[in-house]
Every structure is written in structure tokens, then in C-alpha cells.
Design a protein around this ligand. Structure first.
Ligand code: HPA
Length: 281
């Protein structure tokens, strides 16, 4: 697709959202992964828009992803836009489509983006239910959402990724975890295309390469945000031990069950983090 075409599609989608939520400029965006969508229910004066009502917005087919945008005020004051559910490359979408929702959030004017996901623990020190602040990532998905003509209005052809996960956001996450008495791991997230889970041999390889947690999402959103100059914080919920690290088979049910079990702790961390960021974003 021509880059001007992408820009007009983004702006058409952003205009639809502005019509539904007039005079609302979100300062932060949140992408809530598998089973972690409940946080959006705490927003005040919320406007809910199903993805199906947004032009060009891809829809998730994954169980546990609600597929709606929730715009509202966090603790009455901080305007945020949350995505309850996201799409993945393995669902058959083109790379640009996977990046599209994040780009729309950035066009709405967000200054920061919080990405969350369910992930398999590769680091043997991690346990099921742990939360991990993402310090960096490995893009082993085999694709990049920026492939195609580049529109300089959106960002540079070759965006820097040295600080893709903003150091100040990471520091705020650490502080928030201490304040909430939530143990917070840190590590590198590796993204694969999926949808099959990894083999034990792949997990051993990924550990050697420096990965602490593995998943099938998040990286395209972070690349798009970096391209558009939006700061990112990332949190993984370790929903299961990666392949070969536990006796039982991997299943999406386990992922959903763990995400559901930790959702209150996760919401507490997120709430404190947003409050700490407060007016500084
Ligand atoms: N592998 C890949 N993606 C995942 C996993 C996993 O073990 N758990 C949750 N998402």
C-alpha cells in the first residue's frame, strides 16, 4: 500500500474515534493482552467502541481478547485509551495491519504506550504468575510492521531501537512495584510468529540467545511506537513455564487461567504506575 494511503486510513480511523469520544485526547495508550483486559473496566466516563465499528481496524479471533477500544479517565483525571485485545500475525494479517491499531493510538496523540502480554517463562528463575518488566526485546517473528513504503510524517525510514522500552518508564514500573509490594521480574521478551508453541530445543536456543520470556505479540506494537516517537513500557505476565520446563503440555487454557488469577495484582501495579506517571506524560 502507498504510504499516503496508510496515512489517510489512519486518520479516517482516528476521526471515527474522535467522533465517538469528542473532546477527548488520550495521554496514554494501553494494550491489554490475553486475559488482562479487566483493567479497562476501572476507567471512568468510559466510551466503548468495538473494533468492528472502526474502519480498517483488525479484529482478534483469539479467545480472551474482547476486541474493543475503551476510552476513559484513569482515577478521574488521566485520559487513557485501552485496547482490550489485539491481533497477531498468525491470525493471517499483513504486517502493516498488525501495526495499524498502535499507529491509530499514536495519531490520537498518546505520549506513552503500555504494552502487556501473556508469555512463557524461559528464565528458570521465573515462576508461573510472575510479572516481568520488559527491558528489551528480540524480534524473531520473521516480520516487521514497518516493511513497505515509509511515510516521513509518521517517522523515519530507519528508526532507532536503542531505548525502545523507555528507561524512565522502567524506573517508574520498579518504583510502583515496590510501593504495591508486587514482586517484579525484569527481562528480555522474544517474539515468535506462532501459533504453535515452541519446542524444548527452541526454548534452549532462545535462552542461549538471551531471552527470558517468549510470546507471539507486542514487538510489532513497540516498533511502531518507536517509529512514531512514543515512549513504551512493557509488562509480561508469565502464564506458563516455556516448553520443556514443566511436565505438562502447554495450552491456551493454562495461559488464560494464570492471566485470570493474577489480574488483580496486575491491575494494582498498572494503577500505581499510571498514578505515578500522572501529569508527567
Ligand atoms: N510461548 C509462546 N507464547 C506464549 C506462551 C509460550 O509459552 N505463553 C503465552 N504466550
Amino acid at each position: 500500500m502507498a504510504s499516503s494511503d496508510l496515512l489517510s486510513r489512519l486518520d479516517a480511523c482516528a476521526a471515527t474515534i474522535r467522533q465517538r469520544a469528542p473532546n477527548f485526547t488520550p495521554r496514554l495508550g494501553l494494550i491489554l493482552g490475553s486475559g488482562l483486559g479487566a483493567f479497562a473496566d476501572s476507567l471512568e466516563r468510559a466510551v466503548v467502541i468495538p473494533y468492528s465499528e472502526l474502519p480498517d481496524f483488525p479484529r482478534s479471533s483469539v479467545h480472551g481478547h474482547a476486541g474493543r477500544l475503551v476510552l476513559g479517565y484513569h482515577q478521574g483525571t488521566l485520559p487513557v485509551v485501552t485496547m482490550q485485545g489485539r491481533v497477531h500475525f498468525y491470525e493471517g494479517y499483513q504486517p502493516w495491519q498488525v501495526g495499524f491499531p498502535t499507529r491509530v493510538l499514536c495519531r490520537l496523540g498518546i505520549k506513552g504506550l503500555v504494552v502487556t502480554n501473556a508469555a512463557g517463562g524461559i528464565n528458570t528463575g521465573f515462576g508461573v504468575g510472575d510479572l516481568m518488566a520488559i527491558t528489551d526485546h528480540l524480534n524473531l517473528s520473521g516480520y516487521n510492521p514497518l516493511v513497505g513504503p515509509n511515510d516521513e510524517t509518521l517517522g523515519p525510514r530507519f528508526p532507532d531501537m536503542s531505548h525502545a522500552y523507555d528507561p524512565a518508564f522502567l524506573a517508574a514500573l520498579r518504583t510502583s512495584a515496590v510501593q504495591e509490594n508486587v514482586p517484579l521480574r525484569e527481562g528480555v521478551y522474544v517474539s515468535l510468529s506462532g501459533p504453535s508453541y515452541e519446542t524444548p530445543a527452541e526454548i534452549r536456543m532462545l535462552r542461549t540467545l538471551g531471552a527470558d520470556a517468549v510470546g507471539m505479540s507486542t514487538v510489532p506494537e513497540v516498533i511502531v511506537a518507536a517509529h512514531m516517537g512514543v515512549k513504551v513500557a512493557g509488562i509480561s505476565c508469565i502464564t506458563n513455564l516455556a516448553a520443556g520446563l514443566s511436565k505438562h503440555k502447554l495450552s491456551h487454557d493454562e495461559v488464560s487461567e494464570t492471566a485470570d488469577r493474577v489480574k488483580d495484582v496486575f491491575s494494582r501495579l498498572l494503577t500505581r504506575f499510571l498514578s505515578n506517571l500522572g501529569q508527567s506524560v
